[in-house]
Structure formats: structure tokens, C-alpha cells
Design a protein around this ligand. Structure first.
Ligand code: COA
Length: 171
């Protein structure tokens, strides 16, 4: 039976840390669904279409990967897409508590779906999408942190944004 895993997140934007988990996940699973969560608690910088474009371009054409969006419960999305595994990356001990809670809650909601954790590559353990957005918004270089397309899109996003002196992100 083919093994499908779902890799959820906000991906605002995708970083090299995400790509690392995806590439290593592909060595284990037959198919990986990258599931962009429409999270009402987050006010994303990039639209869904922009995030999809950046993910697709970062990974190149890949028959083993699909990019989807979802709202609502992750376990329901996994079930709908016949994924029995949720793939998550762990960056540091600080991730553990919330990931532990999420994995147990997801198991509670659907015991057939298992969460599998991978340790993020050490070069990416300090990386997050918001850190990348912040650096880019202040004109810093993010080229070693994100795929090429993402650094290009970030530059476009922040070109002439008139960022305030306090460094506040534009809405
Ligand atoms: N490398 C670099 N950065 C990484 C990373 C990696 N391997 N893995 C995660 N990150 C970063 C992300 O960029 C993100 O950064 P940001 O917060 O600065 O934007 C941060 O870590 C958290 O990302 P992630 O763990 O993907 O969380 P999320 O908030 O983007 O997504 C969902 C969380 C979508 C998985 C979760 O909210 C969910 O399942 N929602 C659906 C609703 C549901 O089912 N709820 C019940 C669950 S108990």
C-alpha cells in the first residue's frame, strides 16, 4: 500500500527548513501532501496563491508532491486525502511542548492517523517564517535561508513599502 503523509503549515513563506523536511520526507513516503492551513489566527504576508506558487517553484515539478489548502481540522483533511501520517519538523526543545499537545490531540480526534516527527537540519533550527519576514522587511539578506523564488518575492513585497521607523510590517 502506498504511504501518503501530510505536511501541514502556514508556509508564509516556505523556508529552507521546510524544504529540508520535505526532501527527507520524500525519502520515506511515497507521496507528500503539503497542506497550507488557512489559519484565521495568523495574518499572512503572502496570499494563498503566492504561497502555492513559491512552494511549487521551490520544489520543482515533483510527481510525489502535491500542494493543497485546507481549513478546519487537520485530521479531517488527512482523512479526506487518505493520508495516515502527519509529518512535522522539530526545531528545538521549545517546539516539543506544543507539538506534543497537538500530536496527542490529533490522535484523540482520530486514532488512525499517526504523527511522525523529524528533527530539522541543525542549520535551520533557529529559522522561522516570521524571522525571515522580519529580516526581509528591514532590508536584510535572506538568501541563505529561503529558496531563490522566496527571496525574490520578499524583495518585491518590501520594495518601497515605506516601512515605519519602528520596523512594523506592512499589513
Ligand atoms: N524549518 C523552519 N521553520 C519551520 C519549520 C522548519 N522545519 N517548521 C516550522 N517552522 C516555522 C514556521 O515557518 C512557522 O513560523 P512562524 O510562526 O514564524 O510563521 C512556525 O515554525 C510554526 O510553523 P508550523 O509549525 O508549521 O505552525 P503553523 O502555525 O504554521 O501551522 C498547523 C500549524 C496548521 C499544523 C496547526 O495549526 C493545525 O493543524 N491547524 C488545523 C486546525 C486543527 O486541526 N487544530 C487542532 C490541532 S490540535
Amino acid at each position: 500500500m502506498s504511504k501518503t503523509a501530510i505536511y501541514p503549515g502556514t508556509f508564509d513563506p516556505i523556508t529552507n527548513g521546510h524544504v529540508d523536511i520535505i526532501e527527507r520526507g520524500l525519502a520515506i513516503f511515497d507521496h507528500l501532501i503539503i497542506a497550507i492551513a488557512l489559519n484565521p489566527k495568523k495574518a499572512p504576508l503572502f496570499s494563498i496563491d503566492e504561497r502555492i506558487e513559491m512552494i511549487e517553484e521551490s520544489l520543482g515539478r515533483h510527481s510525489k508532491v502535491s500542494v493543497e489548502t485546507f481549513s478546519g481540522l487537520l485530521v479531517e483533511e488527512a482523512e479526506r486525502r487518505n493520508a495516515r501520517v502527519i509529518l512535522r519538523g522539530l526545531r528545538a526543545v521549545s517546539d516539543f511542548e506544543s507539538e506534543f499537545q497537538m500530536a496527542l490531540m490529533n490522535r484523540n480526534l482520530n486514532s488512525k492517523i499517526e504523527t511522525v516527527f523529524m528533527m530539522t537540519g541543525e542549520a535551520y533550527s533557529y529559522l522561522s517564517s516570521s524571522v525571515v519576514r522580519e529580516i526581509a522587511s528591514m532590508g536584510g539578506s535572506v538568501e541563505r535561508l529561503v529558496p531563490k523564488i522566496v527571496s525574490v518575492r520578499l524583495k518585491e513585497k518590501f520594495a518601497g513599502t515605506g516601512l515605519t521607523d519602528e520596523g512594523v510590517f506592512p499589513a
